[in-house]
Design a binder for this molecule. Structure first.
Ligand code: SF4
Length: 726
């Protein structure tokens, strides 16, 4: 082995440079080579900023789309409209720069300000007229929002307020219509009462011009003798008056013509705890309004039967309101961030509490240490956990995405906000990683591209099965492990070279300078056969770990291409990331391992059938037998049911192939031909590692037994930790 490869292998396996003095410092401004074209993002037309549109149309629209639409409407076709288009795009670019610098005002105000500021010396009137025409043709106006730390909260709040306005309109129409009908019932009843038919009362119902024309005493006598008697019973009047009071005094929706936004703000919280408290506080009022609506509807239709409905309405209490009933009321919106210890648990409890919570969780970190004291870290642990765990609740709408993808997910966001039940929006903003340079739009886009945070939607209202409910939304090239893009660069002879490059989780880690210790630059003179692209290495790690090292291609500040060797710790994290992606692929129906296994069996059976005589093949239902579940070997079953708790073992048949143990301790654990784990060599590791593997196993099938090396340090503590798994 040459000395360059040897030092690369040392770095890969240990994360340390064998000879620190010889180590080449990482160039400044490194980024994955595929991100090189986006160095000046604010100069490129892309999805951001967004216009958070006022009104009831599309609630979030890309600035690019707004300007394109306006130009289509007002710019003359062909060369005569060229100057107008060019100028409008220049103004758009300046608006984009301003938003990058923190501008948040409405598009119309910023557009006008930029037009003022950039008015040319020649033909300023034409310029002003053209840009005003473009402004006048904008399909919408509203606050501008860049892809920054505040985007997810602003967009979800805005979408929430649009949905609440819709809901308020429907609710108020119902409340006001019922109020009028109940008032009419009471008014009609009053009109028949003796008080209403007295002379002075009758006189009061006429205008001043006619008050002296009639004999109201005679009119009173006449009417009193002919108007039918028998108005509302006391109990009915009381019931109607009570319902009417509840409708008139409800505090959930502002009356028509008044501002609903201030009332809506009372339903937005920073924590799920505060939202739950507020819900419990308002629940009695909700119950009262719910009951009043039912009474009002029955009374308005004349269908109220005291014998039946009294008991039913009396039974309505705080436990009676189901998801559909609660959909009448405003939802409780929570905008919070992940990262607080125990937050996920509290969040899941809140989502399963039967409260119409809509929760935005902003994920700030994707690359995290998996557990204190453990020697590995993983991608998207908390984020992926919270999304997947919320999905297991069954009735919660779940949307996970990077902020860069929010504009594509806007309809799904609104669907979640309209869902009759809880909803979770887990959004990675890319801000923690971008403090040192890369725009957060690029960092969040890189997270999604690299599978570090795949986007998905779980919509319980979409249908009965996973096929309808679960969608791998907008992830690129969903049937591959990593998206593959062409990379064109100039070789040392200045010839253009194009090669296919995968964008992996390792590339995403390079976007965050906090993880630069996991990379070592390999000068061009050290490039050799022993360097394998990361994607290829992940597909098939070399059997001899000292024979090759994985690398990614990156560019420095000057866009010079370089190779970076990656240490083993980061490679293990990338493997975990890929396994997480595989699990999501299976949920989304891509490369479903059960279907693929059944197909393989089917193909094998068909091949066997083809090789035997046609008559014999016809008499054997081989294909049918081949798609049934594999039978468990009896000896294996017996061995697992009669296991000795003192002896370390794995219930291989129950292993869910999550890769946890095989990746963490590959010398100790391996997969059999069914891709299920077994103990390859118990003594290749320590008892501590075995106990940690048992603790990590999601299906608790690793049983550590008793330690085999009684001199291993910390055995008392380890035996205690092993107890639940014996
Ligand atoms: S941790 Fe458990 S489920 Fe995962 S591979 Fe190992 S034995 Fe199987």
């Amino acid at each position: 082995m040459d000395s360059q490869l040897r030092s690369q292998v040392v770095f890969h396996l240990t994360g340390r440079h064998g000879d620190p003095a010889a180590a080449t410092a990482l160039p400044r401004g490194l980024r994955p080579a595929l991100l090189a074209p986006y160095r000046r993002l604010q100069d490129l037309r892309h999805d951001y900023p967004l216009v958070l549109a006022d009104g009831d149309g599309e609630y979030a629209v890309s600035l690019t789309a707004v300007v394109d639409g306006a130009l289509r409407a007002v710019a003359p076709e062909g060369s005569s409209g060229e100057a107008m288009r060019k100028r409008a795009l220049q103004v758009e670019a300046r608006v984009r720069h301003r938003v990058t610098a923190g501008e948040r005002r409405k598009l119309s105000a910023v557009w006008q300000s930029v037009v003022e500021e950039s008015r040319p010396a020649t033909e300023p009137e034409t310029y002003q007229r053209d840009m005003s025409a473009v402004l006048g043709a904008f399909a919408c106006d509203g606050e501008l929002a860049g892809c920054d730390a505040g985007l997810a909260a602003r967009l979800v709040r805005h979408a929430w307020s649009v949905v609440q306005r819709e809901r308020a309109r429907v609710a108020l129409a119902r409340i006001e219509a019922l109020t009028i009908r109940l008032e009419n019932i009471l008014r009609a009843d009053h009109a028949r009462s003796p008080e209403a038919l007295t002379g002075p009362s009758l006189q009061g119902t006429f205008g001043p011009a006619h008050r002296d024309l009639f004999d109201f005493a005679a009119m009173s006598r006449l009417l009193n003798s002919h108007v039918p008697r028998g108005g509302l019973s006391t109990s009915r009047r009381l019931r109607i008056e009570t319902a009417l009071a509840a409708l008139r005094t409800q505090r959930f929706f502002a009356a028509t013509g008044q501002e609903n936004d201030a009332l809506g703000a009372q339903f937005i919280f920073d924590t799920t705890g505060a939202a739950l408290d507020a819900f419990l506080q308002r629940l009695p009022e909700m119950v009262a309004l719910h009951r009043a609506l039912h009474v009002a509807e029955l009374e308005a239709e004349g269908l109220y039967a005291e014998g039946t409905h009294d008991a039913i309405l009396l039974a309505i209490d705080e436990t009676s309101l189901g998801a559909t009933d609660l959909q009448f009321f405003p939802d409780f919106l929570v905008c919070t961030a992940s990262g607080v210890a125990g937050a996920n648990q509290a969040l899941l409890e809140a989502l399963s509490a039967g409260v119409p919570l809509k929760v935005l969780v902003q994920l700030d970190e994707l690359l995290e240490t998996s557990r204190p004291g453990r020697a590995h870290f993983a991608f998207g642990m908390r984020g992926a956990q919270v999304g997947m765990a919320a999905m297991s609740l069954g009735d919660a709408f779940v949307l996970q995405t990077a902020a860069s993808n929010l504009v594509q997910m806007r309809d799904a966001v609104q669907r979640g906000l309209r869902h009759a039940g809880p909803a979770l929006f887990a959004v990675y903003a890319g801000t923690a990683a971008s403090e040192d340079g890369l725009p957060s739009y690029l960092v969040s886009a890189a997270a999604m591209q690299s599978r570090a945070l795949p986007a998905f939607v779980y919509d319980p209202g979409a249908g009965p099965g996973l096929a309808e409910r679960f969608a791998l939304a907008n992830n690129p090239q969903i049937d591959t492990d990593w998206p593959i893009e062409p990379l064109t660069y100039a070789d040392p002879d200045l010839q253009a070279v194009t090669e296919e490059v995968a964008f992996t989780a390792v590339d995403f880690a390079l976007c965050d300078s906090r993880y630069s210790d996991h990379f070592a630059v390999a000068p061009r003179s050290d490039w050799g056969e022993g360097m394998i692209p990361v994607a290829k290495w992940l597909q098939q790690p070399p059997t001899d770990p000292s024979a090759a090292v994985p690398y990614i291609v990156a560019v420095d500040e000057a866009d010079l291409l370089c190779r970076l060797v990656v240490d083993e710790q980061l490679m293990r994290a990338a493997l975990r990331c890929r396994e997480g992606w595989h699990r999501l692929q299976e949920l989304g129906g891509v490369h479903d391992s059960r279907i693929e296994r059944a197909l393989a069996r089917e193909r094998k059976a068909l091949a066997q059938q083809a090789s035997v005589a046609p008559a014999a093949a016809l008499s054997t239902p081989a294909a049918e037998a081949s798609v049934s579940e594999p039978t468990v070997p009896a000896a294996e079953m017996a061995a697992e049911s009669a296991r000795d708790p003192d002896v370390a073992c794995i219930e291989t048949l129950r292993c869910s192939t999550c890769n946890e143990c095989t990746l963490a301790f590959p010398q100790m654990f391996a997969y059999n031909e069914n891709q299920q784990a077994y103990i390859r060599d118990l003594k290749a590791g320590t008892y501590r590692q075995l106990v940690e593997a048992a603790e990590s196993c999601q299906v608790s099938v690793i049983h550590p037994g008793k330690p085999w090396n009684l001199d291993e340090p910390g055995l008392d503590e380890l035996l205690e930790r092993a107890k639940p798994f014996l």
